[in-house]
Design a protein. Structure first.
Length: 218
């Protein structure tokens, strides 16, 4: 008898070596963040939905967008852990050791249009991250209304702005486990250094995908 269990949700590999983002994000933080924190969200998500076969083939983003369809007894666990899984999966891809330093093309034009300039956008994004009380995320997202403009949002815990009709373009993790080993309580220093590892090609790709109202935001 084969007792092997195949889980629906899996931990994605880092797209670069854990030390690749040094000195801005240290290798030890990246390893713990990915191999422990993210892995735990995946494990707990699979455990939460295991009693419900009808949910096992659903994507993590579907679970977030249809949270009212989740049995109440596991709804909070699914919301928290699916959110942690989706957000971290986006976060790893939002960074690269080969960052170009700033956006170009249509994304750069949209940032200039909606924030006045790239530097003003960075200042507002950093301020949103610094002002966020407790643990959460800061996002550049595209609104599904208001002319589909770009907006800066902050979410507590592992909430994701796609549940409020926004398409995530770029995100930064401001949970303490994302920076505390290197920066301790100096969150603004972490936020400032993070710009050196932003993958603007990935952000541009997501911006282009946001043109399609039916595109999966995960």
């Amino acid at each position: 008898m084969n007792n092997t269990t195949t889980m629906k949700h899996v931990l994605p590999p880092l797209p670069y070596d854990p030390a690749a983002l040094e000195p801005h994000i240290d290798a030890k933080t990246m390893t713990i963040h990915h191999d422990k924190h993210h892995a735990t969200y995946v494990e707990k998500l699979n455990k939460a939905i295991e009693p419900y076969p009808e949910l096992e083939e659903r994507s993590a983003s579907w679970l977030l967008l249809n949270i009212d369809k989740i049995p109440e007894v596991v709804r909070t666990a699914v919301r928290n852990n699916a959110g942690g899984h989706v957000n971290h999966s986006l976060f790893w891809k939002a960074m690269s050791p080969k960052s170009k330093g700033k956006p170009s093309g249509r994304l750069a034009d949209a940032i200039a249009r909606d924030f006045g300039s790239f530097e003003r956008f960075k200042t507002q994004f950093d301020q949103a991250g610094a002002d966020l009380f407790g643990s959460g995320w800061t996002w550049l997202a595209r609104s599904s209304h208001d002319g589909r403009r770009l907006v800066i949002l902050s979410t507590a815990g592992h909430a994701n702005p796609m549940v409020t009709g926004h398409f995530p373009i770029l995100l930064n993790d401001v949970w303490e486990h994302a920076y505390y080993l290197k920066y301790q309580n100096r969150r603004p220093d972490y936020l400032h250094g993070w710009w050196s590892v932003v993958d603007w090609d990935e952000a541009a790709r997501r911006f282009e995908r946001s043109e399609d109202p039916n595109a999966n935001a995960e």
